[in-house]
Design a protein around this ligand. Structure first.
Ligand code: CAA
Length: 283
């Protein structure tokens, strides 16, 4: 399975990061979103990231330009017609994802692998929307994609071994460390991370400590780069809530019950860094 052309669906924070690291490793990339303004915003994020590398003298201007030159913007799903790999990083909504995968299944060449960057939705269910479930796989990158080393690779029930190996090799070619996991709610990363974040929100809700104190304990006491409430703001409180709900529904165990304070913040539109306010305020 020779992967040369990669199409990334969704030009948000994750999609643009994935497109960036693919282009940096020499792949020809198509960065796709529904509207031109979304694609432009994604290209803007990539440009800013690469320019910062140039300013720090970690990358030449020529290199930056050739990386940007390898990323082609798209608002036409038909551009998947000659892709070897499609990585979907659209919104976390099963209906949208299954519709998208059914369409991609029709458009993409027979040999193409269809991967999803979903953070918690079942790969097996996404795969069932296609006629090629053996070529569907989870490729879960971490935010910020250009910095974080992990790619959690999720095998769906039907994922073929050679597809797994191709994605493992491809992830290594991106200078990432692939880790194999099976298809269960939240996989490994969010099954462990989100209950910790949710517990931090409960700790705040129950008045055990201030938000700053909770973050400081975990940052300095456990050597985490960010405290859990800062991290929740960084990930997005709506995303955190959605993943907790997926865990709660998937396992049916009350230990995954989302904290009412998390719900309240999301209802208020306090979604974290992206909306200017979450547990903290951002200017
Ligand atoms: N995009 C690209 N590069 C970025 C960046 C971004 N958004 N933010 C920081 N960087 C780069 C900086 O340019 C810098 O690069 P150089 O070393 O080349 O100079 C480097 O990262 C370090 O940045 P800073 O010195 O500014 O800041 P820092 O040392 O505090 O690191 C951080 C920032 C990497 C975000 C760090 O705080 C961290 O690791 N936080 C935890 C992140 C985390 O846990 N991510 C996983 C979230 S969960 C997830 O993604 C999965 C899910 O499904 C929800």
């Amino acid at each position: 399975m020779d992967i040369k052309k990669v199409m990334v669906i969704g030009a948000g924070q994750m999609g643009s990061g994935i497109a960036q690291v693919c282009a940096m490793s020499g792949y020809n990339v198509v960065l796709h979103d529904l509207k031109q303004e979304f694609v432009d915003r994604g290209m803007g994020i990539i440009n800013k990231n690469l320019s910062r590398q140039v300013e720090k003298e970690k990358m030449s201007e020529d290199n930056k330009n050739s990386i940007l030159g390898r990323i082609n913007p798209s608002t036409e799903l038909n551009n998947a017609a000659d892709a070897d790999l499609v990585i979907e990083a659209a919104v976390e909504n099963m209906e949208i994802k299954t519709k998208l995968f059914a369409q991609l299944d029709e458009i993409a060449p027979e040999h193409a692998i269809l991967a999803s960057n979903t953070s918690s939705l079942p790969i097996t269910e996404i795969a069932a929307a296609t006629k090629r479930p053996e070529k569907v796989i989870g490729m879960h990158f971490m935010n910020p994609v250009p910095v974080m080393k992990l790619v959690e690779i999720i095998r769906g029930l039907a994922t073929a071994n050679e597809v797994y190996t191709a994605i493992e090799d491809m992830s290594k070619s991106l200078n990432k460390v692939p880790v194999e996991v099976n298809d269960f709610p939240g996989f490994v990363s969010n099954r462990i991370l989100m209950p910790m974040i949710n517990e931090a929100v409960y700790t705040l809700y129950e008045g055990v400590a201030s938000k700053e104190a909770i973050d400081e304990v975990m940052k300095l006491g456990m050597n985490h780069p960010m405290g859990p409430l800062t991290l929740a703001d960084f990930i997005g409180l709506d995303t955190c809530l959605y993943i907790m709900e997926t865990l709660h529904e998937g396992f049916g165990d009350d230990k995954y019950r989302p904290c009412p304070l998390l719900r309240k913040y999301v209802k208020a539109g306090w979604l974290g860094k992206k909306s200017g306010r979450g547990f903290y305020e951002y200017s």
